[in-house]
Design a protein around this ligand. Sequence first.
Ligand SMILES: [Zn+2]
Ligand SMILES: [Zn+2]
Length: 146
Amino acid sequence: MPPHDHDHDHAHDHGHTHPDLTRNQTLVMTTLVEAGGPLSAYSILDRLRGEGMRAPLQVYRALDKLVDFGLVHRLESLNAFVACRNPDCEAHETVAFAICERCGAVTEISDDGLAERLRDIAGAAGFALTKSTVELRGLCRTCGTA
Ligand SMILES: [Zn+2]
Ligand SMILES: [Zn+2]
């Protein structure tokens, strides 16, 4: 692990505030928290133009770091990013999201059993799992009963 990193210092800091965030990282983080749902890198950029962010690369760099810190998750199937809602999932080794196909609501689900199971399945295939994001698609409670 590179010596510059802050992970170890604040590993127990679960308030999802990271004292060592750069200005750009803080802007991106705040945008995601305020959005309350997933945003693409480009809509983040759009919201931050007034703050002096111009290049997609600035946003991508900030997002990369925030994902590393475990403050933000990447949702591949939506090509979007979402602020972590779960103060307990510090490792973020395995995280699951339920994505409603009707209203777009995204719920973060954390389940130790799931993490363990995936590690076992991967292990049985001779594969060492380091990280996984499970994206579940379907209908949320509201849409399912409508
Ligand atoms: Zn999380
Ligand atoms: Zn829904």
